[in-house]
Design a protein around this ligand. Sequence first.
Ligand code: HEC
Length: 129
Amino acid sequence: MKNIKRGFILIGLSIIATSCYYDKYQDTPVTPTQVSFATDIQPIFNNNCIMCHNGVIVVSPNLKEGFSYNALMSLPTGSIIPGNSAGSELMDMLNGVSADGLTMPPSGKMAPKNIALFGNWIDQGAINN
Ligand code: HEC
């Protein structure tokens, strides 16, 4: 009986120990991996945007490869604020909460992974990498 009790105490302690370890792990700040405009962001445009934003059907911004970066940088002030995705109007469009009612793509929000990548790219300085 005493051994069984001790067994439970040991199991209990190891659960507490593992959960502490887990908490510690969770609190460690996660550095988002470096997002690449060419290999992470452009494919998102290719799959979700250029059927309209190709310089012909919808002129601004032209999101085709080779045009997209300059076109994004030429958007009205506040559309993309490097280092500040939360303040960038384009993020509101992607999240469907834009003040002027534009959701991009208009058919509905993209997969959360794509939206998060785009946000990280802005937070990392919105560079043409
Ligand atoms: C089905 C067509 C369509 C798709 C797909 C689409 N858009 Fe648009 N987008 C439009 C139209 C049309 C407008 C202009 C709306 C207006 O001005 O009323 C627009 C406007 C915009 C604007 C504002 C431009 C400005 O000058 O302020 C941005 C930024 C934008 N889209 C980004 C995107 C992004 C990024 C994607 C892909 C994730 C996307 N759009 C997908 C049709 C589309």
